[in-house]
Design a protein around this ligand. Sequence first.
Ligand SMILES: Nc1ncnc2c1ncn2[C@@H]1O[C@H](COP(=O)(O)OP(=O)(O)O)[C@@H](O)[C@H]1O
Ligand SMILES: [Mg+2]
Length: 200
Amino acid sequence: MHDTVSQELFAANMILSGVAANVDRIDQENLHKQLQGIADILHTAQKDLRILLLHLRPTELENRTLIEGMEVIIKELTDKSDLEVHFNHQAEHLPKQIEEHVFRIVQEMINNTLRHAQASRLDIYLYQTPSELKIKVADNGIGFDPLAQDELSYGLKNIEDRVQDMAGTFKLLTAPKKGVSIEITIPLLEGDNHEDITGR
Ligand SMILES: Nc1ncnc2c1ncn2[C@@H]1O[C@H](COP(=O)(O)OP(=O)(O)O)[C@@H](O)[C@H]1O
Ligand SMILES: [Mg+2]
């Protein structure tokens, strides 16, 4: 995210320098287009900076369980943003690797909600049965048209890769003005909820 903001400022600066150097020669319509482009980039940079300053920590679980890590992040989020967050969970001890993946997935979802959704509410569920872990994250924001996206861009692709790594399934539901919800199911092997001596 740090890099993203730098890149956005760099791009705005480049375009602005170009415009400034040629301002006498550019026609009105083109000038207007260039300036609007700069304004859009700065607007995005401003939003990204605000998220950066939220300083959602930790990004790694370290010695926390998934639930503990989630609670820390959600507290930061409710303290520092206007988002109303509801966290429901019924999960026991999970393999460390699954906990790390799920933690990163939920963080990516939270980032997307802060960045794109204009949402007022975020719901997060974790529900474990003997055979699977279900995760649902849903916001009430502006949603998007998934068909308008040619390919999954980096954030959503990363979620999909992590789900695949856990042999799980991933469902993204969204439509303009309908919010975004994501449902993930991860199979658990028998004994997965026991302490994993190779893990920690
Ligand atoms: N919660 C959300 N609300 C609205 N739009 C979203 C949401 N999550 C993702 N999107 C849309 O899907 C696109 C792809 O998301 P992502 O792969 O995470 O890329 P990035 O966040 O870097 O743009 C976003 O640019 C945005 O247009
Ligand atoms: Mg993203």
